[in-house]
Write a protein that binds this ligand. Structure first.
Ligand SMILES: Nc1nc2c(ncn2[C@@H]2O[C@H](COP(=O)(O)OP(=O)(O)O)[C@@H](O)[C@H]2O)c(=O)[nH]1
Ligand SMILES: [Mg+2]
Length: 379
């Protein structure tokens, strides 16, 4: 038997929650798996509490009904003031719900196929069909709907699902995210041991294209608390084969990293040096005169700032006369800039910080041309 997979997308489930409130939907029955069959339906859906029936047709309509009362085959007449029919939007817009008219019963609780208001019968005669008694002049009594809006006048079913509906008592507080969560991962990586080993080998064996550079110097730039120092600690831990915490990382309103640090990496404790150096900086802050200064970034990229230099946001680095007359070698310069940003806080980023990042980006781009120009003119 096929595994029971909901045909509803996350977006469609969200649309249903507009009608139902915060609920969990558990798929109980799926006609394509269990059959268009009243007995199978009752076997799986009886005594399950409130349920939602979702029908699909080949005209693209997704519609159905909700009942808050159990199916039990009691042969009783069921009155359910909460029952409604619905259809999801076919071309944008909001889902539509049609409430049951006051005083009418939603169904007779028998062993027959699921029905709503003695009007709509799903899987009629145990076939993939909808029977709409409105076709015989019974329209608009219990549920006031237009068949072309509800199901596009297409009574053939290509799927019929029934979900148990459970109210979430304390819905989780929504997290601030960068945007809607993607339904599919944006890349599929199988993190097998072999894949990891291959990736590490690829990094270890990397050879910079320019022979005068034996280690690629990578500069990490980003707001305070984005995870720059932790990024280095993670990479170092991977290659050392144990947890390391060399760079100071943690939470604080302002940058914990106040020095410029260059971190060479090794392949294990006694291993060979890796062909790159990670350069950690102070974090960016939105105010002018706080956090890493744009002029300091420029000096770092040009290879003028030494390891352990103590940043002073009020006074940018000034290369002394002697050093500025001797430009740094290509090996001392930054070859790659990595922007590290906390994806869960992008929507909270202030305009000022965004502007600062854009200005830095522009500066880095203009400097990258200079770095290669200097190199070209030498070679
Ligand atoms: N959840 C999560 N927390 C992280 C991640 N990277 C860093 N952090 C946490 O974020 C805080 C700031 O990290 P830190 O590396 O000091 O940021 P930096 O200011 O950019 O150097 C620390 O409490 C880290 O434990 C990550 O990838 N995921
Ligand atoms: Mg840091």
């Amino acid at each position: 038997m096929d595994s029971l997979t909901s045909r509803l997308t996350k977006k469609q489930k969200k649309q249903l929650c507009v009608l139902l409130g915060d609920v969990d939907l558990t798929l109980l029955f799926k006609a394509s798996v269990h059959g268009y069959n009243a007995a199978a339906f009752h076997q799986l859906c009886d005594r399950q509490g409130p349920t939602l029936l979702v029908a699909y047709n080949n005209s693209g309509y997704i519609y159905g009904g909700y009942t808050s009362k159990d199916y039990t085959q009691s042969r009783q007449i069921i009155v359910d003031s909460e029952a409604f029919l619905f259809c999801l939007p076919t071309h944008g817009g909001n889902p539509v719900s049609i409430k049951i008219a006051p005083g009418y019963n939603v169904r007779i609780d028998d062993s027959n196929v699921p029905s709503f208001g003695q009007q709509l019968y799903f899987m009629q005669n145990n076939q993939p069909n909808l029977y709409d008694s409105g076709q015989w002049g019974n329209r608009n009594i219990m549920f006031n709907f237009n068949p072309s809006t509800l199901y596009g006048n297409d009574t053939r079913l290509c799927e019929c699902e029934v979900y148990r509906v459970k109210k979430i008592v304390n819905p989780p507080v929504p997290q601030v995210t960068a945007g809607p969560v993607k339904e599919k991962p944006w890349r599929n990586i199988l993190w097998t041991e072999k894949q990891k080993q291959d990736l590490m080998k690829c990094i270890k064996d990397h050879k910079p294209l320019v022979s005068s550079v034996n280690r690629v110097r990578i500069l990490m730039i980003g707001p305070v608390g984005a995870g720059k120092s932790s990024f280095f600690n993670s990479i170092n831990s991977i290659f050392m084969g144990r947890m390391t915490n060399k760079a100071m990382a943690g939470s604080s309103g302002t940058s914990l990293t106040t020095q410029f640090r260059t971190y060479p990496l090794k392949d294990g404790r006694e291993g060979k040096p890796l062909p790159f150096v990670l350069c950690d900086t102070m974090g960016l802050e939105e105010q002018t005169g706080a956090g890493l200064d744009i002029e300091d970034i420029s000096s770092i990229i040009q290879g003028l700032i030494p390891d352990r230099y103590q940043f002073n946001p009020m006074v940018p680095f000034h290369p002394d006369e002697q050093k500025s007359s001797r430009p740094s070698s290509l090996q001392q310069k930054i070859h790659c800039v990595v922007y590290i940003i906390d994806a869960t806080k992008i929507s909270l980023m202030s305009r000022k910080l965004e502007e600062k990042l854009a200005a830095i980006h522009k500066k880095v781009n203009s400097l990258s041309k200079c770095v290669y120009k200097t190199h070209d003119s030498r070679s």
